[in-house]
Design a protein around this ligand. Structure first.
Ligand SMILES: Cc1cc2nc3c(=O)[nH]c(=O)nc-3n(C[C@H](O)[C@H](O)[C@H](O)COP(=O)(O)O)c2cc1C
Length: 413
């Protein structure tokens, strides 16, 4: 009987354990978590979501304080169009977050950064260009393009000296999205080094509409594998979304995937950035507690726990400090939803915004509990302690369980 460890993900001559821990913003997939994946011979992700805030917390920098001070005069203005990121500061924060992580890397694995296109930061093209190139400057092993079609993203890095040596890949949820990407990047004569295929059971934002339940990861992987074969393209495929056991992973590896990307199992790792009390909420969740809704201002459906504190919260938009989802014109659908409530309740007190979530502030404060669809099974991966709480696990324990287990077994701590 095969297990994950019988397979290897090959990048040129480099061979890796075919397990990637997916990027989880904002700092849920911490540097510590990614470093463990790399130490164990797999691939870990950090995320560059809200990188200035992450840098402030990791390195005592003051990027957020500075930006807030600079735009303080605009806080009461519902028009956020003038709130822009300083590109030099953005580059600095990215280089700190990525560079310090890479300095700490040990072992044979790799560390990639997850870059979401939907973080439009009130200047989509320029901010993305700075994020991508600064990560390459800081020595990241690879970049995973996510949350968007990224039709221009390879072009934004094409002049970087590491453009052809860093491992660059993209997350797609359909063969069509991959076809579009390949068509748009053809002139650069550079294929992606890997393609992550994320199915409808994943955590975070979904690359599907609200009809997500009609799709199935194995089917999409087979379609994309067939397309690449027809085109005679040899690109490693990475399956993601709802792969909960080593056996689930092995099934994908036996059916054409070169690796798997997993995340939900690691949300209860000691190294994961979620506060301990939130990890307990993930453990306690039942199947009915896990919902997909359209509350994210990005426009993508998102999966989260039903008791997510961010739902219904009416906090004032904090774009002077953050502003990561502002489109190029200073808008975000949370601001519009918030302003609609202010019209009804002009005193601004006890506001509740039912239809959108202020994603920046709530993700930053770990109050938006996004999760994968199998989160309700996490309680079966550990022991209940005498006080009724569940034991959190080391990332190494979870990683090795994926790597070595067979027969749908899950190793308890
Ligand atoms: C808490 C959480 C946060 C996530 N955040 C992101 C993110 O910021 N960007 C992204 O591309 N994917 C994100 N994802 C998706 C994961 O990287 C991964 O592809 C997916 O969840 C794998 O499925 P699984 O959780 O069932 O193992 C997130 C997933 C979780 C559980």
């Amino acid at each position: 009987m095969k297990r994950v460890d019988d397979f290897r993900l090959k990048f040129g001559r480099k061979e890796l354990v075919p397990i990637m821990i997916g990027g989880m913003g904002v700092d849920i997939s911490t540097a510590e978590l990614a470093l463990e994946a790399a130490r164990l011979g797999g691939v870990g992700h950090i995320s560059d979501a809200m990188v200035q805030d992450v840098s402030d917390r990791r390195f005592d920098t003051e990027f957020v304080k500075e930006k807030t001070k600079f735009y303080k005069h605009n806080i009461d203005n519902s028009d956020k169009s003038l709130v822009q990121f300083d590109m030099g500061r953005l580059a600095e924060a990215t280089k700190l977050h990525v560079g310090k992580t890479m300095e700490a890397k040990r072992g044979e694995g790799m560390i990639f950064v997850n870059c979401m296109e939907k973080l439009t930061m009130n200047s989509p093209r320029d901010t993305l260009q700075v994020r991508l190139n600064s990560a390459l400057d800081a020595g990241i092993d690879g970049i995973t393009l996510s949350a968007g079609l990224h039709l221009g993203s390879f072009g934004l890095m094409a002049d970087h000296p590491r453009f052809r040596d860093a491992k660059l890949g993209i997350i797609v949820s359909s063969v069509r999205a991959l076809q579009l990407f390949l068509r748009k990047t053809a002139r650069l004569n550079r294929l992606p080094d890997f393609v992550i295929i994320e199915g409808p059971l994943a955590g975070g934002h979904l690359g599907f509409g609200m009809d997500w339940a009609q799709y199935d990861l194995a089917t999409i992987v087979a379609e994309i594998a067939q397309f690449l074969k027809t085109e005679q393209l040899d690109i490693p495929l990475v399956a993601a979304g709802g792969i909960f056991t080593g056996t689930d992973a092995t099934n994908f590896l036996e059916n054409g995937a070169a690796a798997v990307q997993v995340a939900t199992r690691f949300t209860v790792a000691n190294e994961c950035g979620l506060p301990d009390k939130v990890k307990q909420e993930y453990y306690k969740a039942s199947e009915e507690d896990i919902v997909v809704n359209t509350l994210s201002p990005t426009g993508y459906p998102m999966r989260m726990l039903r008791n997510t504190p961010a739902i219904g919260s009416g906090i004032r938009p904090n774009c002077e400090a953050y502003g990561y989802i502002l489109d190029g014109n200073g808008s975000c659908s949370y601001i519009n939803a918030y302003n609609a409530q202010i019209v009804i309740h002009p005193d601004g007190k006890n506001i509740s915004v039912p239809d959108k979530i202020c994603m920046c502030t709530h993700m930053r404060n770990y109050n938006c509990w996004t999760c994968g669809s199998l989160t309700y099974r996490l309680k079966d991966t550990t022991r209940k302690l005498a006080d009724g709480s569940y034991q959190t696990l080391s990332a190494e324990h979870i990683f090795k369980d994926y790597q070595f287990s067979v027969d749908q077994q899950i190793l308890l701590p």
